[in-house]
Write a new protein. Structure first.
Length: 267
């Protein structure tokens, strides 16, 4: 790669369009943890109303990264209110251990995608990025001391979880429907085939295997070819184009949360 990385910070990573494009990959990794997966299958509207779920999740991601203090307070209160009724056998949306996993997935996925497009981070850059991503857990119910101390501790945590993951048929079926497009309009369905291929290519092989997705050497060769085209093409885009999705999501989120009375947002 001949072009230097641009901004290896939490704002630089989540502000790239590539981060949003990898959202399905992060979601599959999140729900691979059984308590999260079962809670999502029972409660989430991702299949029947994927647009609203995307807007809500993206609002949290972007307002935590780019918002002012009041915007961050409002979106955190909104998430806490949304999480309050989400309880079932083995799942509580306020469980800090489950929130730790979701924040860990965000860091792992964000770093992976950023490095695929802009090159490998050196140790100091990766450590700084890792520390910054803690905010996605600690803004909710994850105590600061629960966030692994450094990258070595994070890697140990990550492997301890991923190595033992078992995805049951309930979550597998949900994931298959999700990748097929759920209840999205038929006109969008053709694009879902490419999205599915891209998502599976980005998945940690162990998680892909846990889901039972077919992924052959031929699939990998085609994915590698796709990335050899996509990476340089993406890097030639002007910053305004790469950051346009961030701009649109932030505009939508700020408009929505500015319209919520403070006493309602406070719950």
């Amino acid at each position: 790669m001949t072009r230097r990385r641009l901004d290896a910070t939490v704002q630089g990573v989540v502000g790239e369009a590539a981060f949003l494009l990898s959202s399905p990959r992060r979601f599959l990794m999140e729900i691979a943890l059984p308590p999260v997966g079962h809670g999502v299958v029972e409660r989430s509207k991702a299949l029947i109303d994927p647009v609203t779920r995307f807007r809500n999740t993206s609002a949290y991601i972007f307002l935590v990264a780019f918002g002012d203090d009041e915007e961050r307070r409002r979106v955190v209160r909104f998430v806490n209110r949304a999480h309050a009724p989400v309880r079932s056998d083995g799942y509580n949306a306020f469980d800090p251990k489950l929130q730790l996993w979701i924040a860990a997935v965000m860091f792992h996925g964000g770093r992976d995608v950023y490095e695929r497009f802009f090159g490998r981070l050196d140790r100091a850059e990766a450590e700084r990025l890792y520390r910054e991503f803690a905010v996605y857990g600690t803004s909710l119910q994850v105590p600061e001391e629960m966030w692994p101390a450094d990258l070595d501790a994070f890697d140990a945590y990550w492997h301890s979880v991923v190595d033992d993951l078992e995805v049951d048929e309930t979550v597998r079926s949900y994931a298959r429907v999700l990748l097929s497009g759920g209840d999205l309009p038929i006109i969008v369905r053709p694009a879902m085939a490419l999205n599915r291929f891209f998502t599976l290519g980005l998945l940690d092989p162990r998680i892909r295997e846990a889901y039972g997705f077919t992924w052959t050497e031929a699939h990998q060769r085609w994915f590698d070819r796709l990335m050899r085209i996509a990476v340089p093409a993406y890097r030639t885009l002007p910053a305004a184009a790469r950051h346009l999705p961030k701009k649109l999501v932030l505009r939508d989120a700020r408009k929505r949360f500015a319209a919520v009375p403070a006493h309602v947002a406070a719950g």
